[in-house]
Design a protein around this ligand. Structure first.
Ligand code: PXL
Length: 272
């Protein structure tokens, strides 16, 4: 009998402002993936809203990993996103060693639009580089790629430099998917495949709004597709299509929304 793939999802939960687990859980459930949250922090809202509360869950994480080990759980993937503390990054590395999942998707959540998120310290960014080293699949945005490579977060590389960045991040041993590159009326994803050693691109039209949560949405759909047996190229195309459809829906039906409203189009992900 076929079993559902299982993922350890290392993300925060933000009460308001769609992102992280509030995106990953419904997307992966729709894609028939059993998702076990390893909660990094609990916030009242994502860090883009003034005055957000922040409860760091670092002290709880080791006990959760130990209990899962006692239960004999096996994971097809570990999927990390927004992390709560520098010490926590060591715990995530321990979880990777403990469960040795074949897929390690590191979404190196640290910043966007040239700026580092408020809760991220320089130490956390340095440790994120170490965690990224363990990834089999890495999904930075432009800001995060720059930070991982020790560049200023607001660096604007040329096309040729960007391709070189991908190759550097891949180190010939992981897939790298650089998301959310805006160019006029299109959004492009650059994809380095470790199988072919080549860089390709996937472009979709941009609806005109920068919605919050699109990076989390892209990475979650990408992972769900990979765990359902899609190739990297197929999974990237599917994630790009889904994000474009959700953005289109949001622009057409919810013009006030700052978050990407993906729930109305989730049906597209059933029975892949
Ligand atoms: O979407 C990434 C993300 C996740 N979690 C929290 C955030 C952000 C981006 O702002 O603030 C708490």
């Amino acid at each position: 009998m076929k079993q559902m793939p299982r993922v350890a999802a290392v993300h925060d939960l933000s009460g308001y402002g769609l992102c992280s687990l509030a995106v990953a859980l419904p997307v992966l459930a729709t894609m028939q993936v059993d998702t076990c949250p390893l909660l990094t922090a609990y916030l009242s809202s994502h860090t883009g809203y003034e005055g957000f509360t922040f409860a760091d869950m670092t002290d709880e994480l080791t006990a959760v990993v130990d209990h899962w080990q006692l239960l004999g759980l096996r994971f097809d993937a570990l999927y990390s996103g927004f992390l709560g503390s520098a010490r926590q990054i060591g715990v995530v590395e321990h979880a990777i060693e403990t469960f040795a999942p074949p897929v390690v998707l590191v979404d190196p959540v640290m910043g966007d639009n040239g700026r580092v998120y408020k809760t991220y310290t320089a130490e956390m960014c340095a440790l994120m580089r170490r965690l990224a080293d363990r990834a089999t699949l890495l999904t930075p945005n432009l800001t995060e790629a720059a930070i991982l490579l020790g560049q200023q977060p607001d660096t604007m590389p040329s096309d040729a430099q960007l391709r070189d960045w991908l190759v550097q991040l891949a180190e010939e041993r992981r897939d790298v998917v650089l998301t959310g590159l805006r160019d006029g009326d299109s959004v492009t994803t650059l994809v380095y495949s470790r199988d072919t050693g080549t860089v390709s691109e996937v472009s979709r039209s941009f609806v005109g709004c920068d919605y919050h949560g699109t990076g989390d949405l892209f990475a979650s759909v990408l992972l769900g597709a990979v765990l359902n047996g899609k190739t990297l190229a197929e999974a990237c195309a599917l994630a790009a299509d889904f994000v474009a459809a959700a953005a289109r829906y949001t622009a057409d039906h919810l013009p006030q929304s700052r978050d990407i409203a993906f729930a109305p189009v989730l049906g597209r992900l059933i029975s892949l």
